[in-house]
Design a protein around this ligand. Structure first.
Ligand code: HAM
Length: 421
């Protein structure tokens, strides 16, 4: 029996790689413009790191983590906790008062796989650590918006404020009153959530629960003055930077570490998996993980969802593998022997070169050259061998001429003609 990949784990095939690289390169370019430095982090962390940051009573920690129970370690379900662990462990806060960091890589969550939802997925994750200035919130959100726009992806930005430890308890009490009176109408999960993590109920996707929470009190009406001012200033910042948004008072995010600004980029094109990215502020989290009392804010964008959206736009040509400069078509063993080191020498000089080793016919090799998108083909048969030369064909205009059978002559012909054309 053939062994297949695990459910929810996907290969990214060569024909898809160009698109993935395009996304990564665009992200690196945009993040660089905002002075974010890259950090690479391990895939495995102590389980406690995620339990303490994401929260014990979240879906992620309760049921979605890949945990090696006997080792006390977990495959990271997200990037923020690991990044903060590294920030604290290496004292990065001492190097610069405000650190802007990003990381790109796979995350693991044991969710039910469907379109846009995998068990191993990839995130572009960016975090600003050490500033609570609302301009930083707006700038970070604007950076994510700029990236999505540069990629040609249309999304809706939804914004909310989740308050802080000063204003949330009062809100929680009134939310509990509201939910307490509607327990019979809520699903089993939400009845449980009412006890463990009542704000999660606002986020339930079941139509029955959605209908019930429609009239729930909004945290925006309970914000303390500092949170209110902060939220107003974030919105002013977004307006100054020309970023469109709408308020969504029910957006609570799936992780418990958030306070104040929370946001999501939403698409209507991916069915239930509508969040292309999301993030928010987490001002108490660094201290909670044993670091200094520094505030922070960040976002994660799901790369598989970007890929799906870009594939829908069918930007075929842009995402073709880069072709070869030159294909050496050797006819017969002797010609192949001569061409073999030539190919290597040309590669050493920076050209992208291909040749066939299977002794195929000229017709078949020309097909291979077409498939490889070769700009030039150099044909070496018995006659050419005798004359110590080969026939160089320009694949765009089909012109051909004889070139001496040496790496130097070929290099000169290909590079010189490409340059003077
Ligand atoms: P998150 O909302 O859990 O936030 O994930 C961010 C994005 O990752 C989602 O919007 C989605 O595009 C993608 N994503 C999540 N789960 C899956 C999945 N199973 N399959 C495919 N894509 C998925 C976080 O992870 C936070 N760490 C973001 C953040 C950074 N907050 C502050 N800083």
């Amino acid at each position: 029996m053939k062994i297949k990949a695990l459910n929810g784990f996907k290969d990214i095939l060569p024909e898809q790689i160009v698109l993935w690289r395009h996304i990564e390169e665009t992200a690196r370019d945009i993040f660089g413009r905002f002075q974010f430095a890259e950090i690479r982090l391990p895939l495995l962390e102590k389980t406690e790191l995620f339990a303490r940051s994401i929260g014990e009573a979240t879906d992620i920690v309760e049921k979605e983590m890949y945990t090696f129970v006997d080792k006390g370690v977990t495959m990271r379900p997200e990037g923020t906790a690991s990044l903060l662990r590294a920030y604290i462990e290496h004292g990065l806060y001492a190097q610069r008062p405000v650190q802007r960091l990003y990381t790109i890589g796979p995350m693991f969550r044991h969710e039910r796989p469907q379109q846009g939802r995998l068990r191993q997925f990839h995130q572009l994750d960016a975090e600003v650590l050490g500033s609570e200035h609302p301009r930083v919130d707006a700038e970070l959100i604007a950076m994510a918006a700029m990236l999505l726009e540069k990629l040609g992806i249309t999304v809706r930005l939804e914004l909310n404020s989740l308050g802080c430890t000063a204003c949330r308890p009062e809100y929680r009490t009134s939310l509990l009153d509201f939910l307490g009176a509607r327990q019979d109408e809520l699903c089993d999960d939400c009845r449980r959530r009412t006890r463990t993590n009542p704000m999660r109920v606002l986020d339930c996707k079941k139509p029955g629960c959605r209908q019930q929470v429609e009239a729930a009190p909004s945290l925006l009406d309970y914000l303390c003055d500092p949170c209110k001012h902060h939220f107003t200033a974030v919105q002013d910042g977004l307006k100054q930077l020309g970023v469109q948004y709408s308020l969504n008072k029910f957006m609570v995010r799936g992780l418990d570490y958030y306070c104040r600004t929370a946001f999501e980029f939403i698409t209507d094109e991916l069915g239930a998996q509508s969040a292309v990215g999301g993030g928010g502020r987490y001002d108490g989290l660094i201290a909670q993980l044993g670091g200094p009392k520094n505030p922070g804010i960040g976002f994660g964008i799901g790369m598989e969802r970007l890929v799906l959206l870009l594939e829908k736009k069918a930007q075929g040509d842009v995402f073709r593998q880069q072709g070869v400069d030159l294909f050496l078509a050797a006819l017969g063993e002797e010609a192949a022997q001569k061409c073999y080191p030539l190919v290597h020498a040309l590669r050493q000089h920076g050209l992208r070169v291909a040749m066939d080793h299977e002794g195929k016919s000229l017709k078949s090799q020309m097909k291979q050259a077409d498939k490889a998108d070769a700009q030039w083909v150099f044909i070496v048969g018995d006659d050419e061998l005798a004359a110590k030369s080969g026939t160089l064909r320009n694949m765009s205009n089909r012109e051909q001429r004889s070139v001496v059978l040496s790496a130097a002559a070929l290099y000169e012909a290909v590079v010189h003609e490409a340059f003077t054309r």
